[in-house]
Design a protein around this ligand. Structure first.
Ligand SMILES: Nc1nc2c(ncn2[C@@H]2O[C@H](COP(=O)(O)OP(=O)(O)OP(=O)(O)O)[C@@H](O)[C@H]2O)c(=O)[nH]1
Ligand SMILES: [Mg+2]
Length: 331
């Protein structure tokens, strides 16, 4: 193990775009140790002034839809155009941390060796706050390190998509033709937060089916209320493997940015996201503190038993516990 870095070394290294320091700062952020949390908080505070100027793009889709292939192509096109691209891959089904996800199944072969790209798996399970917490902070550190496009990838299963949607500017849902909605695990909630739907694998024998799916999703989206007055999510097609249709997607992201910037919606969106994030952290912190307080733990066990045995009503039991909270608050 290399010796621990100081706050200064973390901050200066990240700002200089030093990849090793960037990696170690992310590891620090991911740590649960109280002293690490404290140092991470101080480092983040210093870096905050250097964040916010990237395009934040969320990408989701069920396993096998082509996320990795797509990001490899999309990211490589962007670095060729002079961008610096960070990819945070969130795998909510995985307990693994570090580099193992990459080792196992990345298909981002070109991006993985691209000096202008930085790929990092983001652990989600086993951390307080699940997907969101570390990923959001990691995104900010990548921005401070000079990455002007940050892509957050998540496998489209369960809760993680909406969390990712709540931290990006543009949320892209990858689909494939020929698989029913159920099969793709796509819930209405995901379509509601999509800024674009892209039907991948629009190539070879599949081209026609992709175009049919495109029409179907266009119809489906028309029936939803757009979540922005300034943007109607388009349905596009692409072939990640052949690199077709990828440029249109980036153009769409820029068009979205321009429209929402002019209308002031982008600034509002980021403000709302920051406030929501703060509210979430407060919530988490309160719960954590409350349930780990020795008094609450003891009283909770006893009260649960009483409620089970119908000696105390659920309302009275909850009130008794909350009374402790109010006492702490001084009222
Ligand atoms: N024909 C065709 N195949 C594709 C395309 N994109 C990806 N594939 C293939 O689809 C398979 C899955 O692609 P991945 O990029 O690994 O998909 P993924 O969404 O990252 O999958 P997970 O990491 O398991 O969630 C691979 O065999 C790819 O070669 C495409 O545009 N056209
Ligand atoms: Mg993948």
């Amino acid at each position: 193990m290399a010796p621990a870095l100081t706050q200064r070394e973390h901050v200066d290294g990240v700002l200089a775009g030093d990849r090793t320091v960037l990696s170690r700062t992310i590891t620090l952020i991911e740590s649960q140790r109280p002293d690490h949390r404290e140092l991470a908080g101080a480092v983040l505070s210093e870096l905050m002034a250097h964040t916010g100027s990237s395009r934040r793009v969320g990408i989701t889709g069920v396993p096998g839809v082509g996320k990795s292939t797509f990001i490899d192509q999309f990211g490589t096109d962007l670095t060729e155009a002079g961008h610096r691209v960070a990819v945070l891959a969130v795998d909510p089904t995985s307990q693994r941390t570090g580099g193992s996800i990459l080792g196992d199944k990345t298909r981002m072969d070109r991006l993985a060796v691209d000096p202008n790209a930085f790929i990092r798996p983001s652990p989600s399970s086993g951390t307080l706050g699940g997907v969101g917490r570390k990923t959001r902070e990691t995104m900010l550190v990548c921005e401070a390190a000079g990455y002007d496009v940050v892509i957050i990838e998540t496998v489209g299963v369960g809760q993680s998509e909406t969390t990712v949607a709540s931290m990006v500017d543009f949320f892209l849902v990858l689909m494939i033709a020929g698989a029913g909605d159920e099969l793709q695990g796509i819930k209405k909630g995901v379509l509601e937060v999509a800024d674009a739907i892209v039907i991948n694998k629009a190539d070879g024998d599949n081209l026609l089916r992709a175009e049919i799916a495109q029409k179907e999703y266009q119809t489906a989206l028309h029936m939803l209320m757009p979540n922005s007055p300034n943007w109607s999510p388009p349905v596009l097609t692409c072939s990640a493997i052949e690199g077709k249709g990828i440029d249109t997607i980036w153009e769409t992201i820029l068009e979205h940015r321009d429209k929402l910037t002019v209308s002031g919606e982008m600034e509002e969106k980021r403000k709302t996201q920051a406030l929501d994030w703060m509210a979430f952290l407060l919530d988490e912190g309160l719960r954590q503190w409350f349930y780990t307080t020795p008094h609450v733990r003891q009283a909770l066990a006893a009260l649960k038993k009483n409620v089970e045995e119908e000696k105390t009503s659920p309302t009275a039991a909850a009130d008794a516990l909350l009374a402790f909270l109010y006492k702490q608050g001084g009222s």
